[in-house]
Design a protein around this ligand. Sequence first.
Ligand code: CP
Length: 335
Amino acid sequence: HPKALLRAIQEDGDYLVKLASQHIVSGDQFDANTMKQLFRLAAKFESNPKRYSSPLQNKILISAFYEPSTRTRLSFESAWHRLGGDIMSITDRSTTGIAKGECLADVAEMFNNYGDCVVLRDNHQESLFEMMDALRIPIINAGNGTDEHPTQALADMYAIFKWRPTLLQEAQNDKITIGVIGVPSKMRTVRSFLKCLSVFPQAVKELWIIHDKASESELFDAGQREELEARGVCIRTTTELDAVLPELDVVYINAISWEGDSFNTYGSAFALNAQSPLKEDAIILHPLARGDELSTDLDHTAHNWYFSQARGAVFLRMALLTCMVERAERVMDVV
Ligand code: CP
């Protein structure tokens, strides 16, 4: 699959060089060409990870996760290790000066002295922006409250295009119908995914948002739906999962949303299992962690693309980190 994606995207490293030293905050930051080149580089890493073993040698990642994470922290750290760099990891803010009232700007100033890049997960939406103002090294938003999780969205799109590389062609008749089981106004993964997806309207026939009745009035933030539609995405909404499932090529399901200091689960009203009326060749994506909404009896079916999605995130993050931290001329060598 990564090799098919490599063949589908013509190389143009100039888009990647522009990512050098950039903060990564939102899915909005990525245009179609930049995403395609990131996917191409990720596919190169995935096709042959050992060949590019140490472009980040002598560079230090500060991995600051103030909210639980399995995939994002470990895949970022795996990506950095695979690129030959070193890591300092904080998994509990109470072990830092923040617990004594230290302001985030001062913490950011120390990060400037100690590392070359920061990956931050914080359930407080604003912390990212408070640190950014004081940082001279790039920071990646690894999930800020209910706001955004842009690298998850890039990994989601990488999985979709590996599954069907022809969707990347501008002039093509191959359009897919996507269903999102989740609440775009409450879930950072869904919000960022929709932003990245809407950059490729030529690939999407329809986007269904599948929701329970209780979420009807709060599905979208003000302007969120209008912005997606203005980009050319045809959005429909339904509360009837089984009625729409036979139409869907990609089912994106998520159930957990971080709000303030704890999480809520939304998706238990809608569950997928091996008896669900899925199209025979439909794929399921899930950012994970999962709850009851995604039965393990799907794990050994061809619908399971959620494990591939999580695995591919390592290579996508390798591509992004290389472009952000490596000198531009070395990125061109890797490309
Ligand atoms: N997808 C995701 O953000 O998973 P984690 O919470 O395990 O990092």
